[in-house]
Each structure stands twice: as structure tokens, then as C-alpha cells.
Design a protein around this ligand. Sequence first.
Ligand SMILES: [Zn+2]
Length: 251
Amino acid sequence: MLFRKEVREVRFLSPLQGFNEVVQRVEFREDPLTGRWSRINLERAKRVRQAMGESPLDLLRESAKGCFFCPENLEDSTPKLPPEFGEERMRRGEATLFPNLFPFAEFHAVVVLSREHLLTVRDFHSRMLEDALRLSFEYFERVKGVEPRAVYAMLNWNHLPSAAASIVHPHFQLLVDRTPTFWLEKVLEGGKRYRRRTGRNFWSDLLREERRRGERWIGEGERIGWLAAFAPQGQNEVWAVFKEASCFGEV
Ligand SMILES: [Zn+2]
């Protein structure tokens, strides 16, 4: 497997070094599956981030007033599923699922994970996540029963405004469509191309290769391998690659 990268040096006179010349290295990396290029400059980790202030917890707590996802409002304020889903809202443990009020997928649901309005990352426990994930997979199954052509499912979780969540109360977004997103389409095409060329599965090969190299390998369990992406599209990007499952229905 080819991990292609080019390192280019950039020179300028830096105010941080008394306007002496400094050299920084920019790595251009090509994603081995899709061919998409990313750029990495390790020095950027040191830059000042004026717009990255953490939202103070008190301000986040304030947002509980009138929150649609809090237990006292959820029943009256959130939409219900149509009759073909068999029940109006799906539940498991603390998790509740209902349609998104402003959908942008053919099937677009929200899963509220907790009764509690504000949870920090440390407050989540495995049971809560398991319930929310199982409920999501159950929704994907039901969508398949309603519209068998809707096979492209996506589970998004943006937690707190620092991750671009507009609502503080912990929730997943589930989207299912007949067509893949632009990026998923590129990933699927790349996988097919790789199989045609080599006769093998890209993801199995990637796990084997990254485990051997160890540079980006984080660890693995029986069913999932964890690694940092070679050509990431975002900050702190970590991949969980299922060893056997190729879609949510097989997880
Ligand atoms: Zn709430």
C-alpha cells in the first residue's frame, strides 16, 4: 500500500524569532484510497486560537431553559414518526428517537442520549452509548423495511457548540438516503477500484499495513481497529475500522 507524501519547505522572516529566517515543513499527503490530498504542518499546533474559547459551563447550563430535548418538553415539542414505523417515538434506556423537525435527508432522525441536559465527555457511560447506538441501528433496520432503496446510512454526533452542535443536550443525527454523500461515494469507488486492481479488501489491507508500521496505530479489539488517518481531513481525526462489518446492518 502506497502512503505517498511530499514535504515542501517554506521560508519567511518570523516576528517570533527576531525577524530571522525560519523554515517550516509542509507535508502534502495523498489518501491511499481516494487520492484526495491533505496538508499537515506540525508547527500549526502552536498557533494562537482566538476563536477557540471554551463555552463556560454556566452559559451551557443556561441553555436548559426551554430545551426541546429535556424530558419535560420532549413529548410536546418533538415530532413523531409516521405510522409505517410502528411507533411514534422509539426508546431504549435513556435514549429517545424521533424525526428531525428540519430534515435534510429522506429519513432524518434525532436520538436524544440522556435525560440530563448537559454532559461533559467524562459523564458518558458505556451503557448510555450502547443504548443510543442500538436504537440507531434499529432505526436503520426499520427504514430498510419502509424504503428498501434507502441503503446509505450515516450517524453523526457533534457534541457541544465547540463541535458545532446547535443544541447542547446530547444527541445523534441519523440520516438515511437512496444516494451516498459525495465523500462516501468517493470511498466506495476507491474500495471497488482497489479490489479490481488487487483482488483484496482495502480496509483489511489498511489494518494489516498500519498495524505493521505502528506510526498511526492506536490499538484494536476483537472487532474494531483504531488508528489515526494518514491524510486526515480534520483535526485529531481518528478512525475506527470494523474488521468484518461493511455496513451498519452487519455491526
Ligand atoms: Zn435539554
